[in-house]
Design a protein around this ligand. Structure first.
Ligand code: FMN
Length: 405
């Protein structure tokens, strides 16, 4: 059987190792991890989730505290419609995060940014446009559109000078979603440069309902592959979700995939942005410790460790500082759930909100331990140290294990 290294991903004139490290927000696929993916000749993703907060941590900017101060007067108000992002500040934060990552890039690979439509930021169209265009301005190699159908996202960049030169792709979980995207964008005369097909075993939010067990990545990839062939559309396909070993990856490449997108294996690398203690939680997880639930205010099912501190937490909504999931009318499903619990427990010092979580705060604090289905297998990839913890790996070890293993 061939190994991954027998294959190459061709994107225009670029030839890459066909390994894509998937975007993991918030700052889990940190710049250092993405840069390793590029240095090793593959593709690394940074995430555009909560970039002002990420810029504050990386570059000691003060975007979050300035926004919190500006809107402090609104904190007790459940209507957050006035809590808007300053678009110039958002662009500045994006320039910091993306621009400085691109400046640091070495090697023959590429750095892409994972851009989530569900990050509606109380002005979905305007904020998405700023995030997309600023990333292009500062030289990102490519943009992966994720968490949403993105029917209008190409149009938001269509008059950008880099619209036809940057690599633009989309993540879909069904043929139908891809067909909708292609139909909607036909008039722009610009196909996606690649399509990531994400199956139900992935980490983060899922593009499936709670019936996700009824779906299978290989079947969806085969269906999309057949459709593209029938339509004579030459778009590289990149399966994602549950591809745990070099052998798994090679079997997809042999079946016609152009590359694989992987993430879970990299969550326990030194370069991953998770705190080391959380990486140990991932190592220690058993299959029973992992669940898919509906606590994300986005409405999408999300996979995470059952021990995530975010589950059941009842913190006050923090939209004045963050507000990344506000829907454009000043509302988020967590605010409603929180207010319901407050009303049901008058005078209580602490409340618990079982059905939703304040995802911005939880992700920023690394309290929502989202993970792929195969997280319980991570312990097989490392060894226990005398102090009982697992040894962290390097991104290079994991990358090479996929490439040559
Ligand atoms: C911790 C974690 C966070 C993730 N966050 C995101 C995200 O913010 N946006 C996104 O499109 N995909 C996200 N994903 C999905 C990955 O990019 C990737 O497609 C998928 O997890 C690959 O499957 P694997 O983890 O089994 O290798 C995340 C995955 C993990 C493990």
């Amino acid at each position: 059987m061939k190994s991954v290294d027998n294959f190459r991903l061709r994107l225009g004139k670029h030839e890459l190792v066909p390994i894509v490290i998937g975007g993991m927000g918030v700052d889990i696929s940190a710049a250092g991890l993405a840069l390793e993916g590029a240095r090793l000749g593959g593709i690394g993703h940074i995430s555009d989730a909560m970039v002002p907060a990420v810029s504050d941590t990386r570059f000691q900017t003060r975007f979050v505290s300035e926004k919190a101060k500006l809107y402090k007067h609104n904190a007790a108000n459940s209507d957050k419609s006035s809590v808007l992002f300053n678009l110039e500040r958002l662009a500045e934060a994006t320039r910091n995060h993306v621009g400085r990552t691109m400046d640091a890039k070495r090697g023959s690979g590429m750095i892409f940014i994972n851009c989530m439509e569900k990050l509606t930021m109380n002005a979905p169209r305007e904020t998405l446009q700023v995030r997309l265009r600023t990333a292009l301005d500062v030289g990102v190699d490519g943009i992966t559109l994720s968490a949403g159908l993105h029917l209008g996202s190409f149009a938001l960049m269509a008059d950008h000078p880099r619209f036809r030169d940057a690599k633009l792709g989309i993540i879909v979980s069904s043929l139908r979603a891809l067909q909708l995207f292609l139909r909607k964008n036909a008039r722009l005369d610009r196909l996606p440069d690649y399509v990531v097909v994400e199956g139900p075993l992935a980490g983060g939010h899922l593009g499936f309902g709670m019936d996700w067990t009824a779906y299978d990545l290989r079947t969806i990839v085969a269906e999309i592959h057949a459709y593209l062939q029938a339509e004579k559309l030459d778009i590289p396909l990149i399966p994602a979700g549950g591809i745990f070993t070099g052998r798994d990856a090679a079997s997809y490449l042999e079946a016609g995939a152009a590359a694989v997108q992987v993430a879970t294996r990299f969550t326990v690398t030194r370069e991953c942005g998770l705190p080391d203690a959380v990486k140990q939680e991932y190592f220690n997880a058993s299959e029973d410790d992992i669940e898919v639930n509906l606590i994300s205010p986005t409405g999408y099912p999300m996979r995470m460790l059952k021990g995530s501190p975010a589950i059941g937490a009842g913190i006050r909504p923090n939209c004045e500082a963050y507000g990344y999931l506000l829907d454009g009318k000043g509302s988020c499903a967590y605010i409603m759930a929180y207010n319901r619990e407050v009303a049901a427990h008058p005078g209580a010092k602490r409340i618990s909100v079982p059905d939703k979580t304040c995802l911005c705060t939880a992700m920023r604090n690394f309290d929502c331990w989202t993970c792929g289905h195969n997280t319980y297998r991570l312990k097989e990839t490392s060894r226990k140290l005398p102090d009982g913890t697992y040894e962290l790996l390097t991104a290079e070890q994991v990358f090479h294990d996929y490439q040559f293993g």
